[in-house]
Design a binder for this molecule. Structure first.
Ligand code: AKB
Length: 306
């Protein structure tokens, strides 16, 4: 796509802030960040305060700024979702519906939306979970992600709309997230950096797939530019960088000279983590558009500490 005019919803979250940084460096790219919160610091791109459920307001912004591409990130994550499942469905699925309906109406050329490993459920294959398998998620977040994955297929078939999606594992970055089950990893690194003890809400051996934020941004951009005119694509691609447990992260931090003190006080998030796979199969992303993660655990932690 030349002359991209991009709107981001949920732009003040983990994915949004990293994407803004990456897009700010690109030529021929205009970015409008939108969020339900107000930025603490001035952003390098234009910002509009908007709730992603407010269809009229989003529509007026799409028209005003001549938007031709949308990244829809607004969502309530897995752990927070369990505190209010009805609101979580509303925000996650109905905002998806709002954005897709506007994208169809305004002939938006391309739309990106992140799915999650939360689509897998307790009947998962814990190791190398296949791209396609029976899925029975145990969280409202997972249910809403799975429903939206199905909607991607349906709207593509019905309206031929180009929605592209990654099924993300836990994402490591320096921006604090909030409300997710994989957040422990970011919190532990922050605690190590600030030389304060950390109380982890997952058990030490709980293994989950992870990826570093720079690899996610690279994957998003590769996927958004990929040419699928000659081969079929799937509705949401699994990607992962490495596998991680809280104990492994603790040991990595100690090895790097950060003697972090970690206490374990397991809560309801343990059950969520146990319903997710430990690793996922991302062969299809490698084959279809060249997914190649560059960050392993050591490199990711080094970057987060710097
Ligand atoms: C969460 O923990 O809720 C998210 C996710 C895995 O989608 N980071």
């Amino acid at each position: 796509m030349k002359n991209k005019r991009i709107l981001i919803t949920g732009a003040l979250g983990q994915l949004g802030l990293a994407l803004i940084r990456a897009l700010s460096k690109q030529e021929n790219t205009y970015v409008l960040a939108t969020d339900i919160n107000i930025p603490k610091d001035k952003l390098s791109v234009d910002f509009e305060h908007v709730n992603a459920l407010n269809k009229n307001r989003l529509e007026s912004l799409i028209t005003k700024y001549e938007i031709n591409c949308i990244y829809h990130f607004a969502a309530i994550l897995s752990a927070n979702g369990e505190n209010n499942p009805f609101m979580s469905w509303d925000v996650n699925v109905n905002s998806f519906q709002v954005v897709v309906s506007l994208a169809i109406k305004h002939k938006i050329q391309r739309l990106f939306w992140p799915s999650s490993i939360a689509v897998y459920g307790r009947d998962k294959n814990p190791i190398n979970a296949p791209q396609q398998v029976d899925m029975n998620p145990l969280t409202i977040y997972g249910v809403s992600k799975l429903a939206s994955e199905k909607l991607i297929m349906y709207y593509h078939y019905k309206y031929n709309i180009d929605i592209r999606s990654l099924r993300l594992p836990g994402v490591l970055s320096s921006d604090l997230v909030g409300g997710g089950t994989t957040d422990y990893a970011i919190e532990m690194v922050q605690a190590a950096k600030n030389r304060i003890p950390y109380t982890c809400f997952l058990a030490p051996q709980t293994e989950l797939p992870m990826v570093y934020i720079d690899d996610v941004i690279m994957a998003m951009q590769q996927l958004m530019e990929a040419d699928f005119s000659t081969h079929q694509r799937t509705h949401s691609y699994n990607i992962m960088g490495f596998r991680l447990t809280p104990r492994k992260l603790e040991n990595q931090l100690k090895k790097m000279g950060f003697p972090v003190v970690v206490n374990y006080n397991i809560d309801y998030r343990q059950q969520i983590a146990e319903s997710w796979p430990q690793t996922i199969d991302d062969q299809l992303a490698k084959k279809d558009w060249g997914w190649t993660p560059k960050f392993d655990l050591k490199r990711s932690v080094k970057r987060m500490l710097s």
